[in-house]
Design a protein. Structure first.
Length: 214
């Protein structure tokens, strides 16, 4: 586990797309990493167990070279085995406290809190590094995701953890969530379904660092 003790707590949090073909998956993901995401989550629901491990192992050196922390979705054991920087766990992905004990204090551990402040409070107590709420907008990736109210972002500020927003986030609606208190914007389709993923990554960055006169 090589998680930096100070990690970027503001910016684009990129999640990888579902793709069953490893070569194509890597050809889609690797080129956008240098363009400004501050965190990367390996999330490929279309890959086999063996390919998931291979893909994390292929992403890690590229992430290390860029100083980009890599988290593994769903599976903290895979994060531990590959030396990734941490894991993101949802309601059905096991115990956060167990993951924290196993991965150690430096690991980045994210928790899905959906539309519930009480889940965020429990995640904070169990050792989460950040709390994630969503979905804030209709998501093509997860059309059945529960919808969350942006007021949750302000209501969870007192936890003292970075707040992640997810679900249907586009460069156009991103500034609303940042204004509502999101520290990190987690995105899949807005980048990987865009005609120009590299340009899309740059567009999200503007929600955090508006250009002069914008
Ligand atoms: C940053 C972030 N937030 C939420 C999720 C969703 O996690 P989960 O509910 O476990 O759903 P799946 O991603 O496993 O389909 C996430 N992965 N990342
Ligand atoms: C993986 C995921 N979790 C969500 C939640 O609400 O917890 S929404 C979502 C999908 C995010 O993908 P996109 O940026 O394409 O909408
Ligand atoms: Mg999950």
């Amino acid at each position: 586990m090589n998680a930096p003790s100070i990690w970027p707590r503001r910016g684009l949090y990129l999640l990888t797309p579902d793709d069953p073909d490893t070569d194509r998956f890597l050809a889609r993901v690797l080129p956008v990493l240098a363009d400004g995401p501050v965190l990367l989550q390996y999330r490929n629901k279309a890959a086999t167990t063996a390919d998931r491990r291979r893909q994390v192992e292929a992403l890690l050196p590229a992430c290390r070279a860029l100083g980009l922390p890599l988290l593994v979705n769903d599976d903290w054991r895979l994060a531990a085995d590959t030396g990734a920087d941490g894991a993101h766990l949802g309601q059905d992905d096991g115990s956060l406290a167990e993951a924290r004990r196993a991965l150690g204090p430096a690991a980045l551990l994210g928790a899905s809190c959906y539309d519930q402040l009480d889940l965020a409070e429990r995640a904070a107590a169990a050792g989460a590094s950040y709390v994630a709420f969503g979905a804030f907008f209709p998501s093509g990736t997860k059309p059945l995701a529960r919808r969350a109210d942006p007021r949750l972002l302000a209501e969870s500020a007192s936890l003292g953890l970075p707040r992640v927003a997810i679900g249907g986030i586009t460069p156009d609606n991103a500034p609303t969530l940042v204004a509502a208190g999101a520290d990190l914007l987690a995105v899949i389709g807005g980048v990987f379904e865009a005609p120009d993923p590299t340009a899309a990554v740059r567009a999200y960055r503007r929600a955090f660092d508006p250009l002069p006169n914008e």
